[in-house]
Design a binder for this molecule. Structure first.
Ligand code: HPA
Length: 237
């Protein structure tokens, strides 16, 4: 047991998919994994281990935001020996060419969080994805004919920003979307020498606010993203 996860040693696979929503973890386990067994119910942050195409894989919720994902990802890495962590989530586009339902692979993550600054106040220490995972995910997404963007995202501590114009300015500098977790996940990857990637589907656009999705479209995109995440996890990279 770790402080926030009640699994016994060996109950969590060394590869894990990390949605923010624990109920999404349950849906992924039910729809994509065979013989899935629940390993955590502490704080209802459900986690499951099963097999995907014969490979042992886990999936667990992380909650929203960098403090929350930092707790779970650190315990998964340090206490349970997880080696490959792929976040699957949503993001808001700040690039007019990045549309709802499209995929963004976060090559790097800028952040307004103090999580990295606390440790390195004198550097802008870039948070980057593990290239092998990024490369694999990109080619898997392309093969599935999914419109896929690769680039910088902003991991923000704030969902309801009082300064949205500052976020949009980052869009002018090539940052594709805003989300709330990738930078912290990538920093943990750097600290512990494990592989990390954040994949997101665009759920809303801050620059094309008229863009909308139906529930069915959102479901299809969600399924596509999970397929990319799971195929990347089991790919030999
Ligand atoms: N901001 C931050 N995180 C998000 C957004 C957003 O607009 N949309 C989905 N996740």
């Amino acid at each position: 047991m770790s402080i926030h996860i009640s699994a016994k040693q060996g109950e969590i696979a060394d590869k894990i998919l990390l949605p923010g929503d624990p109920l999404r973890a349950k849906v992924i386990a039910e729809h994509f994994l065979e013989d899935a067994v629940c390993f955590n119910e502490v704080r209802n942050m459900f986690g499951y281990t099963g097999t995907y195409k014969g490979h042992r894989v886990s999936v667990m919720g992380t909650g929203m935001g960098m403090p929350s994902i930092s707790i779970y990802a650190r315990e998964l890495i340090v206490d349970y020996g997880v080696k490959k962590l792929i976040r699957v989530g949503t993001a808001g586009s700040i690039d007019p060419n990045v549309h709802v339902r499209e995929l963004v692979l976060a090559q790097a993550a800028a952040t307004n969080s103090n999580i990295i600054r606390n440790d390195f106040p004198e550097f802008d220490f870039p948070q980057i994805a593990t290239f092998t995972l990024l490369d694999k995910a990109y080619h898997i997404a392309k093969k599935l004919n999914l419109t896929t963007h690769v680039g910088n995202v902003l991991s923000s501590d704030v969902f309801y920003s009082n300064m949205p114009e500052r976020n949009l300015k980052l869009g002018e500098l090539g940052v594709k979307a805003i989300e709330m977790e990738a930078a912290a996940l990538y920093y943990l990857g750097a600290q512990h020498g494990v592989d990390t990637l954040a994949i997101m589907t665009i759920s809303d656009s801050l620059v094309n606010p008229d863009e909308d999705t139906s529930a069915e479209e959102r479901q299809n995109t969600f399924t596509d993203m999970m397929t990319v995440g799971l195929e990347t996890l089991i790919a030999d990279c």
